[in-house]
Ligand binder design. Structure first.
Ligand SMILES: NC(=O)c1ccc[n+]([C@@H]2O[C@H](COP(=O)([O-])OP(=O)(O)OC[C@H]3O[C@@H](n4cnc5c(N)ncnc54)[C@H](O)[C@@H]3O)[C@@H](O)[C@H]2O)c1
Ligand SMILES: O=C(O)C(=O)C[C@@H](O)[C@H](O)[C@H](O)COP(=O)(O)O
Ligand SMILES: [Zn+2]
Length: 353
């Protein structure tokens, strides 16, 4: 997999113009969702390289990260005359970059694409690293391919229009990066004033956070080993997200990850000796900022079944990424059903569910 260029922009117009020039193309397409078309597309007005670009607009949020939307994007590319040599710009959050990246990398066996992430989550995580795909059969990212964007342009000015829920959703993936990197990075995240956002400081933290991901992806782009660290919190988090989707009470991905981190830090504490004080400190942050996902003990089996679909699993054995310490990662950890149910009991008790 080719190395991906990730640029923390000082001026999006210049960076985008250069990025487009580096991708020879016959036709240019811009993919947005209905919100980013309204809120973010105007930031690109007046860029000469985009003058002839065709627009493709899809529905917003994860309920649209599906086959129907994917087919609609293929259809639009086909009808608007895209060729093997066309270029797609994904302007949006992780939903747009995941689905747009998958549409691009499968259309005519693959056209180039550039990601311009507009949410915190997409900037620090989704737009980088080449995981693309859609949800299918009630499961997260069940269909997809590894296919990196030619270039990822991070313009943190977009974050000024993000609502608090989507801010915290992205912040959960930053916390995950803190937990798998260094105590200093985690401490900085836990101390950040999320009520009165200092956007200059946030920009530098976005830079540090995305670097955690970049370094890991560079070492293991196809998730044979260390990339599984980026999945901390997701074995349980994706099960929460799928259950919520099935019950028509969808939750934001980062919220599911935050609650998944609570569960998987507990597993880390009992199985790999993660320090109790650091577990409590992180859980406190989650309790204060994310509320809780409600479920009862009758749903444990359903969550367990969902976890059996995790992509890290082999031969039906549920695979977790756990921690011995902040930054000390234990891959390929398993837990029996009894321990997993004990973990759910812990979650419900400490989150007051
Ligand atoms: N590929 C990966 O490595 C990876 C990593 C993490 C998450 N993901 C996926 O990313 C998706 C979540 O991404 P997300 O959190 O960005 O959600 P999203 O793309 O659904 O965006 C959330 C909402 O914010 C709106 N929005 C986007 N930019 C905005 C802006 N600047 N101002 C105001 N509103 C804006 C969107 O229109 C949407 O309504 C999930 O599907 C998740 O599975 C993928
Ligand atoms: O980039 C990765 O690798 C990750 O695991 C990042 C996650 O935050 C992200 O949610 C990813 O889409 C999960 O991938 P999946 O393989 O568990 O579907
Ligand atoms: Zn994630």
């Amino acid at each position: 997999m080719s190395k991906q260029e990730v640029i923390l922009c000082e001026g999006l117009a210049n960076s985008l113009t250069h990025a487009i020039a580096k991708c020879p193309h016959d036709k240019l397409f811009i993919l947005t969702d209905e919100h980013t078309h309204r809120l973010c597309r105007p930031h690109l007005d007046g860029i000469p390289a985009l003058e002839e670009a065709e627009e493709i607009i899809i529905g917003a949020e994860d309920v649209h990260k599906n086959m129907e939307t994917l087919a609609a994007v293929w259809q639009a590319l086909s009808e608007k005359g895209a060729s093997r040599h066309s270029l797609l710009i994904n302007l949006g959050g992780g939903m747009v970059t995941d689905l747009g990246g998958f549409a691009a990398s499968t259309f005519k066996r693959g056209i180039a694409y550039i990601n311009v992430p507009t949410t915190l989550l997409a900037m620090v995580d989704a737009s980088v690293g080449g995981k693309t795909g859609i949800n299918f059969n009630g499961l997260k990212n069940e269909i997809g391919v590894f296919a990196p964007a030619a270039c990822v342009l991070l313009e943190t000015e977009f974050l000024r229009s993000l609502d608090a829920h989507n801010f915290f959703s992205g912040y959960a993936e930053m916390l995950k990066h803190g937990l798998i990197s260094t105590p200093e990075h985690l401490a900085e995240l836990l101390a950040f004033d999320t009520e009165k956002i200092d956007y200059a400081l946030l920009k530098s933290m976005v830079g540090r956070s995305v670097q955690v991901k970049e370094r890991i992806v560079e070492e293991d782009p196809l998730e044979h080993g260390i990339r599984k660290a980026l999945n901390l919190g997701h074995t349980v988090g994706h099960a929460f997200e799928s259950l919520a989707l099935a019950e028509r009470r969808p939750v934001l991905h980062g919220y599911a990850v935050a609650w998944g981190l609570v569960c998987e830090l507990y597993l880390s504490y009992i199985k790999t000796g993660f320090p109790k004080d650091k577990m409590r400190q992180t859980i406190q942050f989650v309790k204060e900022n994310y509320g809780s996902f409600t479920f009862n003990c009758k749903q444990y089996d359903q969550l367990y079944e969902l976890m059996k679909h995790d992509k890290k699993n082999t031969a039906g054995v549920i695979n977790f990424t756990l921690l011995k310490e902040v930054g000390d990662i234990c891959l390929n950890q398993t837990a029996d059903k009894e321990t997993i149910f004990e973990m759910f009991d812990f979650y419900r008790e400490c989150m007051g569910v």
